[in-house]
Design a protein around this ligand. Sequence first.
Ligand SMILES: [Zn+2]
Length: 313
Amino acid sequence: MLKIENHRLSGPGVSQQPTPNTGGLLKPRFVVLHYTAGRDTDSAVRSLCTRKPQGNASAHIVLGRDGRIVQLAPFNVITWHAGVSNWAGLNGLNPFAIGIEMDNAGLLHREGARCVAWFGKPYPDSEVLVAEHKHGGGVRPWHTYSEVQIARALDICEVLAAHYGIEDILGHEDIARRRKVDPGPAFPLNAVRSRALGRGADALPRLVVAAASLNIRGGPGAEHPKVAPALKRGAELILLEPQDRWSRVAVVGVTDLEGWVCNDFVERQAVPRSGLTPLHRSQRQVPAITARKRTRAAPARKAATPSRTPRPR
Ligand SMILES: [Zn+2]
């Protein structure tokens, strides 16, 4: 159980390691998630606590693959993790954003049959997700996050959201769109965001793939490129934006995959789950729910009695 006292986190597996790389006062409105693109937790902490002649970097938290949390600065003090960034009309997010660096090697590359990090370490297939980033760039190998790390990231985001009324939980990739790709497709950012903010995806309608396989595309029409391998029958989807013939959906699971599917091959998942009903034309006419507007509209209000749905796997 994590707690915040005097802008510091406490709880099992939490330690403090002050960094000299800090600025003025921070007004927490956002949480920004990163990957370290590094070898391990200790080297990330060392680097973020070191003054460097060519530009200093830091963050509030380093989250290890074993779930260990190292806090480098209080949450009301600016750290330097966002860089050149834009969001919600703001230029430069550091004065408004708590930064969490997750130990992860990041984008890998192939050397023969192996997937290797930029610093030369190879990773086994069990720690590699091959996927396209939501902002494109082709299908590439990414280092996966550990389950305990994802669960702890959610714990941290929940306690920050409840304590500070955080407005949104973002990826570095969202606020520095052409420059950064972290935390990348291996991190379930949408699921963590909706659960930590107590709204969003859990409240959105669910669909299930009703064909043997179904293409998921970059836009509403067969002329758009596929964004991932075809979905299999029974795959669960969150309906983000229904249109007449196509719907924008998020695929339920570990990856943060979003795209468009043809309505003819999905069914609405009724509650209770036993009563699956086809997605009739009348149901397709529901006004477009734009998940992005919903999730960014109002300041975070944590549900009084959060329903404990299973955590992302
Ligand atoms: Zn980053």
